[in-house]
Every structure is written in structure tokens, then in C-alpha cells.
Design a binder for this molecule. Structure first.
Ligand code: ADP
Ligand code: MG
Length: 236
């Protein structure tokens, strides 16, 4: 497999100022993510995972350092270009789904895709996530796991370069969490989509091609799984 770099993070630091107090959320993070890779970024709460994901996704900016996607420096984009980057190239999956409660499953997906340049067929994606027969249901009529499937369908249907998932199983019970990880794994394989999952749950690292370990704002270790574990076979 020829490894083509999709994202290159170069010496990123992020400092938040809260009045007199400075918080160093990221310290000199440097790493690459390859096209089609399934990556888990693992670290305890407060280690800087969400900050890092938000910077990669163009939702936050670093204090120092650069981020490249396909050799384009997103940290140099002006606002308009950054908006298009977020809209067309990034699919985001959140811990608490972030669905519009007044829209049905299919309408939530349509809302996200109608402004994208290159979206996929929504009905096919709904079938992929196993919710075709629930497409007319509102979030309140679905379980947490089903809502997360809608959120994943919404992110994938945009046909982004990159799927960024912030604690996607954090609000789910074990079995539902495993099924969501299986779905993300299947989407990575079926669509050859690059997937980055951040989590504090070390068991989830076993399903990744590569695990980046974070502590106190630093990438302290990189681990390659030659044989990633099937999500159905991990336990926590
Ligand atoms: P994680 O996702 O690993 O739990 P975060 O990236 O959310 O970690 O946070 C890393 C550190 O940065 C924490 O100390 C957190 O309190 C701080 N932090 C995150 N966002 C902000 C913010 N908007 N303002 C101030 N401090 C922040
Ligand atoms: Mg977080």
C-alpha cells in the first residue's frame, strides 16, 4: 500500500488565555495521517484531543504551527476558504449527535448535504447505516445509537475527505458503542474514507490502523496495529 499523506500537522501549539491564566492545550504536536487510514487519538480527559480535532477540522486555529491537507495549508486559509473546507471536506461526528430536533432523520442529512458540492445518495447512506426504514423519524423517536447513526450518515453523505469523530461512543452503552465503531470501520473500508476517532477509552485503540497517544497536550507515542481488532471483539 503506497502511503499518501492526507493531513500533515506540523508543530502545532494552542494556548487559551482565561484572564490571567494561560492553558497550554497543545504543545508542539507533529504527525501525518494517511489517505484511507483509520486512526484513533487516545488520551485522558483534558489532554487536548478535542482542541486538536477542531484545529484539523478548521473550527479552531492554533497559536503556532501549520496544518496541511493534500498539501494545502488550511492554517493560512482566509475565512471564506475555511468555510468551504469545513463544508465540503470535513464530516464531523460528535459525542451528543448534534441533530436538529425539529427535522426528521432524512431532513437532517439533506440540510447538511444540500450546500455541499459533491454529496452522495442519501437513501443509499441511510441503508448503509441501517436506518432506511426510520428515515421519517425525528431524533426524539430514536435511541441514542440510532441518532448517532443518523449523525454518521449526515457526515458521510457530504462525501468529505475526512471523517472526524469526537468521542462518538461516549454517550452510548457498550453494545451500542461497539456497533457504532463497527459502522465507522465499515465506512472506512467501503468508501476508503479517512477516519479519525478521538477517545479516552483505551480499548478502542485496538481497532485502529494507528494509535496516537496524547498526554498533557503532547503526542507522546505512536503505535501501529499490524492486525487491528474487529470492533465486535473489543471489550471495556
Ligand atoms: P480533551 O478533548 O482531551 O478532553 P480539550 O482539548 O477539550 O481536551 O482540552 C484541553 C485543555 O484545554 C483543557 O485543559 C481544557 O480545559 C482547555 N480548553 C479547551 N478549550 C478551551 C477554551 N475554549 N478555553 C479555555 N480553555 C480551554
Ligand atoms: Mg474532548
Amino acid at each position: 500500500m503506497g502511503k499518501e499523506i492526507l493531513i500533515s500537522v506540523k508543530d502545532i501549539s494552542k494556548e487559551y488565555k482565561m484572564g490571567e491564566v494561560k492553558v497550554k492545550a497543545l504543545k508542539n504536536a507533529t504527525f501525518d495521517i494517511y489517505k484511507g487510514e483509520f486512526v484513533v487519538i487516545l488520551g485522558p480527559s483534558g489532554s487536548g484531543k478535542s482542541t486538536l480535532l477542531n484545529i484539523i477540522g478548521g473550527m479552531d486555529t492554533p497559536t503556532k504551527g501549520k496544518v496541511f491537507i493534500n498539501n494545502n495549508e488550511i492554517t493560512a486559509f482566509e475565512e471564506k476558504k475555511l468555510t468551504l473546507y469545513r463544508r465540503n471536506e470535513i464530516g464531523f461526528v460528535f459525542q451528543f449527535y448534534n441533530l436538529m430536533s425539529n427535522l426528521t432523520a432524512i431532513e437532517n442529512i439533506e440540510l447538511a448535504t444540500e450546500i455541499c458540492k459533491d454529496s452522495l445518495n442519501i437513501e443509499n447512506i441511510l441503508k448503509d447505516v441501517g436506518l432506511y426504514d426510520r428515515k421519517a423519524h425525528f431524533p426524539s423517536q430514536m435511541s441514542g445509537g440510532e441518532q448517532q447513526r443518523v449523525a454518521i450518515a449526515r457526515a458521510v453523505a457530504k462525501n468529505p475527505l475526512l471523517l472526524l469523530c469526537d468521542e462518538p461512543t461516549g454517550a452510548l452503552d457498550y453494545e451500542t458503542g461497539v456497533s457504532i465503531l463497527s459502522l465507522l470501520n465499515n465506512i472506512n473500508k467501503k468508501y476508503n474514507k479517512t477516519v479519525v476517532i478521538i477517545t479516552h477509552n483505551s480499548a478502542i485503540g485496538n481497532i485502529a490502523d494507528r494509535v496516537l497517544h496524547m498526554r498533557s497536550g503532547e503526542i507522546i507515542d505512536t503505535e501501529i496495529n499490524e492486525n487491528p481488532t474487529d470492533p465486535e471483539r473489543i471489550e471495556w
